[in-house]
Design a protein around this ligand. Structure first.
Ligand code: AGP
Length: 614
């Protein structure tokens, strides 16, 4: 995580850096800083906390940098060292003539630090990054060549990094490089922008060059030079990005999260557009390259993801196994990458990621690709590093999601999994065609059913406020909605910091039931279908232990009234599609509890939207 920006040109640099950092705030928000080239030296400004604190700090010093047209900036998600001003980037060498910003983790920073201390480096922060500042400065002092210093320093670094560097000797030079962390250069007229992600550069230019690992770019106002790790000059691939600058607005909602929850019906319509034409016609997924032959050769499917995307993957497993009869395993990417996995050319590997950048998932994908598996990526960012590894791509089109807690991107991932499962079932020809037709036409009805839920959200708000002061919260479900319970619990944890857990309801009696008493809310996701009666019995067991019972249901069953204190009703839907409906009230419960408690809904503590460290 962390976001880095850089600019060299003829415009006032501080505005550009601040605007860029604002666009990258989703990557971290515990401190921020900029370094700008002033007449005789580089000035560094930093502030703890949100970007607005840095803006206020900069305002105080505006006369110092008013003519500056070159600089670098950083927004931090702390990995090494507390989130304070000393640990905020940019970091400098002893004399402050070399400054760097960094995204990633330097794994051998302790070794580097002790070597550099022996050579006279004075460390001020607890960060891993500062070792790189001293290392580059040390090499620069010998070579007097900034690009060469960065290139040679990179050879001594283990770990992941995107770096942007400047030196007070070089008033017309920025150097940047990367390994296993995203970085691009926006190309303007006699000006260049460096950024971790497109939103920081797109307001200024649509032209950009993505850096590959170990490449080093040197930017002056008039030129851009790209070299590899050996120092050989490389051709530059400048693309015109299919992006439009978007003004990020809450559109009258109090928070982005609430706005994004309300966008879900339209997100589903978007995802379905061009893919389902009618229930009689097959699903069209243009960038998915699976054939009858390749599906026949598959032994299994492995889905890899993290967090909310992992929950979407768990529902993906359920429906692919149900519709296609192919065995599917789902695993957290962070676990997958550190064991001996049995993945080969007969495995279809599906990576799911809103950002397309998550380091664990990206590493897992690269490992499976090296073993010859077909890689299918489901992502909201078709321009991301993960998408670039894909043999097949399912772009979920949820639009930019600002709130750190994922809602509409989860919905888009789920719908994409339904499309994929139906698509594969149609190719395999193993599922009853009438059932497939009904699935397709029922899918198109989901947006209006979600609209119905949203139009009655006041009852959900009342329920949320009633439980807002609880310390713990349990969500139970069975079958296809067990991942819905996990996702509901994750949403609540993320934004309210309440200890929430999702359980398969049948597991309650194997341990968790010991926690139940009159203080514990238990929410049952009671969707009509194969496990309804079983879940009802499990809810009775919880009620018998005096738990505070809440039902989320599409049943009109009268007996629910005796069992539950709150009954949140949702529209009828066939069981296989019910996760699409059931998640919405759970997102709203999490939102309203967080809002009621006065938490920072869109930027909860300790989190970042894009997790680019393993
Ligand atoms: C979702 O609310 C979370 N912020 C988080 O769990 C997220 O889903 C996870 O970090 C994976 O991110 P990705 O989808 O971008 O890979």
């Amino acid at each position: 995580m962390c976001g880095i920006v850089g600019y060299i040109g003829d415009k006032p640099v501080v505005d550009i850096l601040l605007n860029g950092l604002q666009q990258l705030e989703y990557r971290g928000y515990d401190s921020a800083g900029v370094a700008v080239m002033c007449e005789n030296k580089i000035n560094v400004y930093k502030a703890e906390g949100k970007l607005e604190n840095l803006s206020s700090e900069l305002l105080i010093h505006k006369d110092e940098y008013k003519n500056s047209t070159m600089g670098i900036g950083h927004i931090r998600w702390a990995t090494h060292g507390a989130p304070n001003v000393i640990n905020a980037h940019p970091h400098t060498c002893n004399c402050g003539s070399l400054v760097i910003v960094h995204n990633g983790i330097i794994e051998n920073y302790k070794e580097l630090k002790s070597e550099l201390e022996k050579k006279g480096a004075k460390f001020r922060s607890q960060t891993d990054t500062e070792a790189v500042a001293h290392l580059i400065a040390y090499i620069y002092n010998e070579t007097k060549n900034l690009t060469e210093a960065v290139r040679l320093a990179a050879q001594k670094i283990d770990g992941a990094y995107a770096l942007c560097v400047m030196h007070s000797d070089k008033k017309d030079e920025l150097v940047a490089t990367k390994r296993n962390a995203p970085l691009l250069v926006g190309v303007g007229e006699n000006e260049y922008y460096v950024a971790s992600d497109v939103p920081a550069t797109i307001p200024y230019t649509k032209k950009a060059m993505y850096l590959n690992d170990n490449q080093i770019v040197t930017l002056t106002r008039q030129s851009m030079t790209l070299i590899d790790s050996e120092g050989n000059e490389l051709p530059k691939k400048v693309e015109t990005l299919p992006w439009e600058p978007v003004a990020l607005s809450k559109m009258g909602y109090k928070h982005f999260m609430l706005k994004e929850i309300h966008e879900q019906p339209d997100v589903i319509r978007n995802v379905l557009t061009g893919k389902i034409h009618s229930s009689d016609e097959p699903i069209i997924l243009n960038e998915v390259k699976l054939t009858k032959e390749s599906l026949k050769n598959l032994n299994r499917i492995q889905i890899i993801a993290c967090g909310t995307s992992l929950h979407a993957a768990m529902i993906g497993k359920y429906i692919i196994e149900d519709f296609c009869g192919i065995a599917v395993d789902v695993e957290a990417s962070s676990e997958y990458i550190y064991r001996k996995t049995v993945t080969d050319e007969h495995t279809l590997v599906i990576g799911v990621s809103q950002s397309g950048e998550t380091a664990d998932t990206l590493t897992a994908i690269k490992q499976s690709k090296a073993r010859g598996s077909h890689i299918l990526i489901i992502t909201n960012r078709p321009d991301s590093a993960m998408a670039r590894e894909a043999d097949s791509l399912l772009s979920v089109n949820a639009g930019i999601e600002v709130s750190v807690a994922a809602t509409k991107s989860y919905m888009a991932q789920l719908v994409s999994f339904y499309l994929l499962a139906i698509y594969m079932a149609e190719i395999k020809g193993n599922m009853n065609t009438e059932a497939l037709k009904t699935l397709k036409s029922d899918l198109t009805l989901v947006p209006q059913k979600i609209e119905q839920i949203l139009s009655h959200k006041e009852y959900i708000q009342k329920c949320a406020q009633y439980y807002a002061n609880t310390k713990d919260f349990i969500y139970v479900a069975r079958g296809i909605n067990y991942p819905t319970a996990l996702e509901g619990a994750l949403k609540l944890k993320e934004i309210s910091y309440i200890n929430a857990t999702g359980y398969p309801a049948g597991e309650l009696k194997h341990g968790p039931i010991a926690m139940l008493d009159e203080s514990m809310p238990v929410l049952s996701i009671l969707m009509k279908g194969s496990v309804y009666e079983k879940l009802l019995s499990n809810s009775e067991e919880a009620k018998a232990r005096n738990a505070r019972m809440i039902a989320l249901t599409n049943s009109k069953d009268e007996k629910l009234k005796d069992l539950f204190d709150f009954i949140i009703e949702v529209p009828e839907i066939q069981e296989l599609l019910s996760p699409l409906i059931a998640i919405v009230p759970l997102q709203l419960i999490a939102y309203y509890i967080s809002e009621y408690l006065g938490k920072d809904v869109d930027q909860p503590r300790n989190l970042a939207k894009s997790v680019t460290v393993e």
